[in-house]
Design a protein around this ligand. Sequence first.
Ligand code: NAD
Length: 345
Amino acid sequence: MIRVAFYDTKPYDKPSFERYGEPAGLQFRFFETKLNEDTAALAEGCEAVCVFVNDTVSAAVIDKLYACGVKLIALRSAGYNNVDVRAAYGKIHVVRVPAYSPYAVAEHAMALLLTSVRRIHKAYNRTREFNFSLNGLTGFDLHGKTMGVVGTGKIGRVFIDICRGFGMRVIAYDKFPAEGSGIEYVTLDRLLQESDVISLHCPLTEETRHMISAAAIEKMKKGVVIINTSRGALIDAEALLEGIKARKVGAACLDVYEEEADLFFEDRSGHILGDDLLSRLISMPNVIVTSHQAFLTEEALNNIAETTVNNILTCLSGDGICENELCYHCGEDAVCRTHRKERCF
Ligand code: NAD
């Protein structure tokens, strides 16, 4: 039996993890609390912890987990910006789920865009009140517009295909362009200048933090629509709000928010929201916020659970070589990740 401390458990997590984990000999200890320095000790007696995007996996937390005897941190997410992989190196192995359903996230990005530009959210509320007026609901065609995609990995590429299906011209920026992909790559500056809609699909790194800044917004077309289903801190939210107030940004579709960690995934409806910036953004008629929901499909949840269980079994048994292991040496070097022949340490 491999014991796994499962942090930040939500009701939708349990069925799929129990379905795949229990027959494979994993025993989950489900905790609703997030992982942080105060809660790390809950993992005492467990070989692995399973964490999500808003758990804190800092150097201090890693040291506490290590002292508890934890050997593996299993992320049930693709992004791993919340893990100090350098601090984990040599102590605790880290695995993730690199792909579970790029379709889930890409389709959500398009759902947000269509909702925004066709004012579906406003129409839905109106017709529920038997208000059948169309005033103020004028949208625009996506057909013929230019979509700028930042990050052409798994999700970005599915999103590009969807946009092409709508008859959009797609341009893209990626630090590592995919040769022979048929994607029209441009510089980030050109993408900012030429796009009617910009959708972010790159990871959050020190380099990409606040890539959508006041200066970047300044370069954009008036009326640009910005979609972020990647990580909140890719956008400087204050600069975005200023861009919206100045009527430069026509609309924003946000599934992620820089300061989401203590807010998203919870019902805060009975509380006074302490985050003035988020309150102001949500109050804008041209801003749609979903709370990190893009991944949430049946298919994705099953794939996440199946891959995480396999990652844990592979890492903690046999030769321990897991293709989904992460270490700080991996960086952006895909060769290290995909052609691994031995353990990271
Ligand atoms: P991926 O690794 O397949 O693709 C990321 C792409 O970004 C790669 O092509 C990479 O070369 C590119 N990139 C790296 N650094 C860059 C930079 N500085 N500038 C421009 N491009 C850069 O990842 P993916 O599976 O497509 O996921 C993309 C992101 O989506 C993840 O990092 C994660 O943060 C986010 N995500 C969000 C949700 C959600 O529910 N909202 C779910 C899954 C993933």
